[in-house]
Design a protein around this ligand. Sequence first.
Ligand code: ADP
Ligand code: ADP
Length: 225
Amino acid sequence: MIRFEQVSKIYPGSQRALQKVSFQLEQGKMAFLTGHSGAGKSTLLKLITAMERPSDGKVWVNGDDISRITHRKIPYLRRQMGVIFQDHKLLMDRTVFDNVALPLVIEGYSMGNIKRRVAAALDKVGLLDKANCTPVILSGGEQQRVGIARAVVNKPAILIADEPTGNLDPALSLEIFRLFEEFNRVGVAVLIASHDLSLIAKMHYQRLILQNGQLLDASQAAEVQ
Ligand code: ADP
Ligand code: ADP
């Protein structure tokens, strides 16, 4: 589903953000990406969403080599994935419904179709009764769940989350992780970058650990756990 082959990334005028990173996230699997601030987590995720290009190596998503993807093909790539950010990037002057509907409106879905899909996505994250609220009045955990509903509304095969629980307390963080688990259980591949080591330790999934832009191998990883 996602495959990195000897991927390096050097930003202009700076040192290496990623160095010869290779890994594979298979279809329907869930994995955590950890490492200190500056280790390269956001960069790795940006290579998957084609917000950045690798300096060297190959990135495969859903069978396509996206290392040299053209601008024209980026919308097609992004349609296959849902992306969740720490600050959830919700539009605060729109309703919860409008926020979740946005990806479908951009795709030109019919209103009937949009209503049905948004209701289903909000139902999955337990916020159906908040559809007509503005996100401003919701709690931090609820706002993040709206972000998740928006990410899953067009049923992507892959979910990518960058520090999705960064602003949440441990109980709410666990709730968000459980939600990702539910999507994973129905076959969605999930990759979550997170600092939340105590929560990750409670969940038994593949762990990718970055240190100074390099992925630790199993024996090195055992030492830091
Ligand atoms: P995080 O730890 O969540 O990655 P950062 O503060 O490191 O947050 O980065 C915030 C944003 O700024 C990211 O989009 C990252 O790619 C970008 N960024 C980080 N370091 C630099 C830099 N040296 N120059 C330009 N942009 C940067
Ligand atoms: P993390 O997400 O693990 O905090 P990042 O991927 O944001 O790490 O950053 C990895 C390294 O790349 C850091 O040294 C950061 O300063 C640098 N970096 C990130 N984004 C940029 C950018 N847009 N321009 C220059 N340097 C960057």
